[in-house]
Design a protein around this ligand. Structure first.
Ligand code: ZN
Length: 172
């Protein structure tokens, strides 16, 4: 099995070497502007991604055809390469599961709306353990901070040299 680093290096042959701060480990592809992601409909303009329905309507009104691309977040989701992991566990989690899942959902929705490249990729729940994977390390860290702020407990951040962050939250 290929390591993540090997996969990233192999993929970077096709893209520029510049690494976007917001995207974690995914090399930034040179994208012509304006562009629209064909999967999530995020718009790329002015060097950033935004969910902007009005902008897309303006393009249509102006007969402007944005380039059709796949945004880095959708590409990551497709390739299954998370940059953030949130592991939550403990007896308290089982007792407050609904509150905690709502908090994570609401925060993720809010953050994804502001930063289209911050997305939840996968969500696994097994009894008193919850694992959430994200497209950016920042989102996993943010969720850890929010959990700690709202529900106390212990939170630990583990940063690795492949730009992947693991966040462990526990309360019993
Ligand atoms: Zn997209």
């Amino acid at each position: 099995m290929k390591t993540r680093r090997a996969q990233v290096e192999q993929r970077s042959l096709n893209y520029t070497e510049r690494v976007d701060h917001d995207v974690g480990h995914v090399p930034k592809e040179r994208i012509s502007e304006p562009a629209v992601c064909r999967e999530c409909k995020a718009v790329y303009t002015g060097g950033r991604w935004a969910f902007d329905e009005r902008l897309r309507r303006d393009y249509r009104l102006q007969d402007l055809e944005p380039a059709e691309v796949i945004c880095p977040a959708c590409r990551q989701i497709r390739d299954g390469l998370p940059a953030g992991f949130l592991y939550a566990k403990g007896a308290y989690l089982a007792e407050h599961l609904e509150d905690i899942t709502n908090l994570i959902r609401n925060e993720t929705e809010r953050m994804s709306h502001e930063n289209p490249l911050w997305r939840v990729m996968d969500w696994k729940q097994l009894d008193s353990e919850l694992t959430v994977t994200t497209t950016t390390a920042h989102l996993a860290q943010h969720l850890g901070r929010m959990l700690h702020r709202a529900h106390a407990g212990d939170v630990r951040y583990q940063f690795s040299d492949d730009d992947v962050t693991r966040v462990y939250w526990e309360r019993n």
